[in-house]
Design a protein around this ligand. Structure first.
Ligand code: AHM
Ligand code: MG
Length: 348
């Protein structure tokens, strides 16, 4: 029986529940093979896909580390579909991920923040069963300052039968995501991944070029006392939200703020240490600034997998159905009680 599009793969009949103990030095490759062992449909193309993602991540990581020396700081002088200045590293990351992924026979379509239309698989390469949506270099305006930046991605199983991907392969519910993750290029390079069975982090050891398990089963506790947002914009936010934020200023409550201005950096910090990230609609960005498909969807998938939550202020992000590739959304994401409190405030 074919597996439903929204699960990576069903376990093979009689497969034992998998709860392996991971020893020090477990590579990403070994982790995938061991955790997906009972899921034969998921090995093969999916493992190849992850391997190609890590190859691109290593190349981008190396370039980010040398950006100042390699003349990769600054903008190209052109604007993307989002009306934002394209940085030189945006172009490099986009090309690197595309080149690493397009030939492997595991994708039928790539969607990138950097390109207006869905990217078909070049005709000389075989197509595969997954759709890959990415923000190749989120937060890239921070590159000149050495702040954390990253690649965010979501993976869907195709709906169409074969050949090039079709619009129905990507214009769909966030609940159809089968895997999601990001690579944060910071003090170290860390890949955070979920295949729908928890959230796990792998740190790149650049001396050997391997990702090793470093954050097993990351969990978001229900409560947090940290928020992340661009508070300079509150003048045009919904007053109910401004009221909620004002409430956090009571010294008795012990709130703190952390904001890098790089979604992937802020989210990673909050995932590891706890925190709620807010990017509400504002006068400048009436539908929010962040993109649903390759920013909000994958991070919402990770947040839910870690026991947290993500909403657009009305309902769960993952309940949304994508209407257009570069659609924007408000985003409130992180520890569950804070996200729920914000959603409650916005619905009263
Ligand atoms: P980008 O994908 O073009 O880098 O833009 C998105 C970035 C996010 O990383 C970050 O959360 C947000 O823009 C910061 O916006 P602001 O400068 O308005 O606070
Ligand atoms: Mg981005």
């Amino acid at each position: 029986m074919p597996s439903p599009a929204h699960t990576l793969a069903p376990p093979s009949p009689g497969a034992p529940p998998i709860a392996p103990q991971f020893e020090e030095g477990t590579t990403l490759d070994r982790f995938l093979l061991e955790t997906l062992r009972g899921y034969p449909e998921a090995t093969g193309q999916f493992v190849t896909l992850v391997n190609q993602v890590t190859l691109a991540a290593k190349l981008v990581s190396a370039r980010v580390n040398r950006a100042g020396l390699a003349g990769m700081f600054g903008a190209t002088g052109t604007m993307n579909i989002q009306g934002e200045y394209v940085q030189k590293m945006d172009v490099y990351a986009n090309e690197t991920f595309k080149r690493a992924l397009e030939h492997a026979g595991v994708l039928c379509m790539i969607i990138s923040e950097e390109e207006d239309d869905a990217i078909p698989i070049p005709p000389q390469f075989p197509t595969g069963k997954y759709v890959f949506a990415m923000d190749p270099l989120d937060g890239s305006s921070n590159i000149d300052t050495n702040a954390s930046i990253g690649t965010i991605f979501a993976v869907f199983r195709r709906m169409s039968e074969s050949g090039q991907g079709q619009p129905q392969d990507v214009l769909r519910s966030g609940r159809d995501i089968v895997a999601a993750g990001y690579i944060v290029y910071g003090a170290g390079t860390v890949l955070v991944l979920s295949t729908g069975r928890g959230v796990h982090g792998f740190t790149l050891d650049p001396t050997v070029g391997e990702f090793f398990l470093s954050h097993h089963d990351i969990r978001l506790t229900p409560d947090t006392r940290t928020y992340s947002c661009n508070e300079a914009y509150t003048g045009t936010w919904d007053p109910r939200l401004v009221g909620w934020l004002a409430g956090t200023k009571d010294p008795a409550l012990g709130w703190s703020a952390r904001y890098i201005g790089s979604l992937v950096g802020d989210f990673h910090r909050n995932l590891v240490k706890g925190g709620v990230f807010l990017y509400p609609p504002s006068k400048k960005a009436p539908n929010g600034k962040l993109r649903l498909l390759y920013e909000a969807f994958p991070l919402a998938f990770l947040a839910e997998q870690a026991g947290g939550a993500a909403t657009d202020g009305v309902g769960p992000i993952l309940d949304r159905t994508l209407a257009s590739l570069h659609e924007r959304t408000p985003l409130y994401i992180g520890n569950k009680n804070a996200v729920d409190a914000i959603t409650r405030v916005l619905s009263t």
